[in-house]
Ligand binder design. Sequence first.
Ligand code: SF4
Ligand code: SF4
Length: 459
Amino acid sequence: MSPPLAPERVLPTLNVDGTRRRIRPRLYQGPRLTARRRTAWALMVLFAVAPWIRIGQKPLILLDVEHREFTLGGGTFLPTDGVLLMLLLLAIFVGIIWTTALVGRAWCGWACPQTVYMEFLFRPIERLFEGSRENQMRLDKSGGGLRRLAKNAVFFVVAFLLANVFLSYFVGTKTLLRWMTQSPLEHWSPFSIVAVTTGLVFFDFAYFREQMCTVACPYARIQSVLLDRRSLLVGYDGPRGEPRAKGKPAPGRGDCIDCGACVAACPTGIDIRDGLQLECIACAQCADACDGIMTKIEKPLGLIRYGSQATLESHAPPKLVRPRVVIYPILLAALLAALAVLGADRKNAEITVLRGIGAPFTTDGELVTGELRVKVQNRSDTSERYTLSIVATPPVRLVAPENPLDVAAFAQRTTAVFVVAERSSFLGGGRAVTVHVTDSRGLAIDVPYRLVGPSEMKP
Ligand code: SF4
Ligand code: SF4
């Protein structure tokens, strides 16, 4: 029994019987394609070389999840820098919202890895093996044969190389190079990560493709609330193009000759003349295609062009200053300022004072002894000695088995210390002291602490 048919196509990537509709875009040269190609290659080169770049002794970027150290731009952050990381993520989020309000989905069309690698690495390889759009469609019907097999073999090798570059962001280039010369059995865990990543990259670019943008990506879904009618997008000039009609331009008809070049060029398979759509990644391939047609029929360029909904529909003048494009940068500036202030105030160590394990205090005649645990997190990239002392009035005696305390670079140690105080100095079951920690680089951190002691004065 044949499957029921949908009355019309619901997704550009599906046929009405629910089978996959393969999108085979036709390549049209044009100024936007050239600019995007240059941008894409710059980004691909940056992705490949970034883990090799060093600032001083540190990599430009290293996300060492295993040791929970994150190096960005020469600075190393630890999980205890949660506030800084949260501010950074918020700033990125607001930056994306602002960029979308200004230039629409420019990220999708120009810089998203999905578009960059699909259109400027995997698709050119595909054209090399399978030829033009028409030839690729013939291969779709015939099953592909050896040419498609060879193409997929090259795709797999590229996916493997990309997976290795990806791994270098997490383990560093030195470790990666060492692992590459050893048996996978000696480091099966990262090898499995590379194997899985290779599989995912291959699946995405060989099979899943534009569905990542049209079905899976959440950004496409939230764009409608991020855009307004003045945001930049790639659009069709309806008033100029309609009424469309096939054949040569004639009086009383719009400039669109319904040639279908814009649809054939679209990597997500949509018709831009239907208006703003979730599937549009603003790549402008339809604009290059249409400009080529306009040149042939001797009409002005720009029937499909960058513009806002307002300017395309009513030719209203562009309006750059709107509430959302003013509010977002103010918010972004505030977040960046907070990030800068907190970042500048970040100390090379973090000290936490905790109560000792066991009885809160012991007494010996007129003396009361309390146990404290001092946790020292060395945030710097060199080992350091930390000297502990207690500041208190009246004074107390500190008994510390290891003082100074040696802590390796980026490591954390906890030491137990004992504070001996006069019984008479406790009021209401406690007294205030300050744990003072210094190191050889001039660090000085004070942590207030309340010692627990007897609540009653001895009669
Ligand atoms: S490429 Fe231009 S002229 Fe051709 S169908 Fe699209 S909008 Fe119309
Ligand atoms: S409609 Fe045009 S800009 Fe949008 S995805 Fe298709 S080709 Fe790119």
